[in-house]
Design a protein around this ligand. Structure first.
Ligand SMILES: C[S@@+](CC[C@H](N)C(=O)[O-])C[C@H]1O[C@@H](n2cnc3c(N)ncnc32)[C@H](O)[C@@H]1O
Length: 270
């Protein structure tokens, strides 16, 4: 495994590395949340709120000029969402949608009849100058507009879905949450039998998380979930698309990381 360097990412997303980072990480780290073999999949709500404060600051304070969050890259990694091409979904929801969403890209490949969006920061994001759903409809990349049925300003862990969904989209969210076992249960329950999940995130392994828990602290990313836990979730579905890729992270000195792109269908009998 590549060596981990001391790394501390501040609320302003400044990356401090090496000996300068060491006292910072020794003072503030997420080591106490490390599990026996599942990485870090649960943190306190207070730790999560710190991360959400940084996330809000990132989009509204530091990066109001941005127009997307790697949403086009995700489409590319998903082969332009070929797995759901031409399908029709009655009730879709994007969880942890951010200011731009991934539905704005994928809804050009399929038909979404009713769309809901959930993000704890959603009522802040509508103030982002480039938010794609500021006026009650989502502006797709094509320019078409998709009305938003419901906006939920809360974490998935607290979500009580008013309906079942036949499409759940959750890309690049898990690291920002506070209780992954609860989230996996919620997603399973909110899907209709035959419903489709699109799930993408970093694909950690526990040994790496253990090393990083000692030496790396990222204010905005409290969780690092072991791939075994993710695989346990993914295995419950009939797999339609599964791809892992290796990327370099933003900190040049940090090691390459695996990412997973998954599309699955909840079995009809479930
Ligand atoms: C890196 S952004 C990704 C946004 C979007 N999924 C995208 O790909 O453009 C992560 C998002 O997860 C949201 N988030 C954090 N904790 C969450 C939780 N417990 N439930 C749902 N969303 C959460 C954050 O507010 C943030 O908007």
């Amino acid at each position: 495994m590549p060596e981990t360097d001391w790394t501390y990412v501040t609320r302003d997303f400044e990356v401090v590395t090496g000996e300068a980072a060491r006292p910072l990480v020794e003072k503030t780290n997420d080591r106490r949340y490390l599990t026996r073999d599942g990485g870090i999949h649960t943190v306190s709500v207070d730790r999560w709120k710190l991360a959400q404060d940084a996330e809000r600051h990132h989009w509204l304070g530091l990066r109001p000029h941005l127009t997307e969050d790697r949403n086009t890259d995700h489409a590319f990694m998903y082969d332009r969402y070929s797995a759901i091409h031409n399908q029709t979904f009655e009730n879709a929801i994007e969880l942890g949608c951010g200011p731009f969403t991934n539905v704005a890209v994928l809804a050009q490949r399929c038909t979404v009849k009713r769309l809901s969006l959930l993000d704890p920061l959603i009522e802040d994001y509508v103030k982002h100058p480039n938010c794609l759903y500021r006026d009650g409809a989502l502006r797709l990349q094509s320019g078409a507009r998709l009305p938003i049925a419901e906006r939920f300003a809360l974490p998935i862990e607290q979500f009580q879905p008013p309906v079942k969904y036949d499409l759940v989209v959750m890309l690049n969210v898990i690291e920002h949450c506070y209780n992954v076992p609860v989230i996996f249960r919620k997603i399973w329950d909110m899907l209709t039998p035959g419903g489709v999940i699109l799930f993408h995130d970093r694909y950690y392994d526990h040994a790496r998380v253990m090393a990083e828990a000692e030496m790396v602290y990222h204010t905005a990313r409290p969780l690092k979930v072991d791939r075994g836990l993710m695989n346990g979730f993914i295995k419950c579905f009939n797999s339609i698309f599964f791809r892992t890729i290796l990327t370099r992270s933003e900190a040049a000195r940090s090691a390459p990381r695996d990412q997973v792109y998954f599309v699955g269908r909840k079995p009809d009998a479930a």
